[in-house]
Design a protein around this ligand. Structure first.
Ligand code: ADE
Length: 226
């Protein structure tokens, strides 16, 4: 998969070298390029933003600068992702869908966001997704992109050593994952649940399902309503 990220803070993405992503880049599953948006700014001040039409606080990122940066990267086969708190919620389902893509381009906005015509323009020939990682506001899209990438890349075909471990985790079945235990059997007065030592696979499966349901009901009742 080819991944392009455009940002005014390209150094934020240095962390990708040390995480799971470094492994994917080294194994050539991923071809990752970071573009500094400011390299595409014109004018003496290399400014990337301007005051909003209609008034209001903050600055809006210029469509001209974004157009200069994105034109060489975006093709009709790309998926252009614009992280924004005003986007659709990024979920495990979104991650699964994006893990199949050939080329993702992430456009990281700062300030009050990117002039909306950028999304409108690229939507004419390309799939464009405005995505939020949760109901809170970050200072910019960069950390949201790190979150999305970590969720997407581990689902890419060929990335996980044991793909079975993916099918049992939280959100894959619409439920939260059951609790896990390892050795020792007794720790600080707390014991591993008996059923997990029983060797009875059906009883273990049943217990884990009940735990998943109970945990989802307690922590995320909204998921059960779905
Ligand atoms: N940029 C700022 N806040 C964000 C959020 N919650 N999700 C995605 N991008 C963002």
């Amino acid at each position: 998969m080819k991944i392009d990220i455009v940002s005014i803070f390209p150094d934020i993405f240095d962390v990708l070298d040390v995480s799971l992503m470094g492994k994917a880049t080294a194994s050539q599953l991923l071809d990752l390029s970071i573009t500094n948006l400011r390299d595409h700014a014109t004018g003496v001040h290399k400014s990337v933003d301007d005051t909003p039409y209609g008034g209001g606080a903050g600055m809006v990122m210029s469509p001209e600068v974004w157009g200069n940066a994105l034109d060489p990267l975006v093709t009709p086969g790309s998926v252009l992702i614009v992280p924004t708190p005003a986007g659709a919620l990024f979920t495990q389902e979104t991650a699964t869908e994006l893990a199949q893509a050939e080329h993702l381009v992430f456009a990281c906005g700062r300030y009050e966001g990117i002039d909306q015509r950028v999304v409108e323009h690229y939507s004419e020939d390309t799939t464009v997704m405005e995505l939020s990682v949760g109901d809170y506001v970050l200072n910019g899209g960069e950390v949201a992109v790190l979150v999305m990438l970590e969720a997407i890349v581990r689902l890419m075909p060929g990335f996980m050593g044991n793909p079975e471990s993916l099918s049992e985790e939280s959100h894959e079945s619409g439920l939260l994952e059951y609790p896990s235990f390892t050795k020792p059997r007794h720790w600080r007065g707390l014991d591993v649940p008996e059923v997990l030592l029983s060797g009875n696979h059906e009883a273990i499966r049943q217990w884990r399902h009940e735990q998943s349901l109970a945990r989802t009901k307690a922590m995320r009742p909204d998921l059960l309503a779905d």
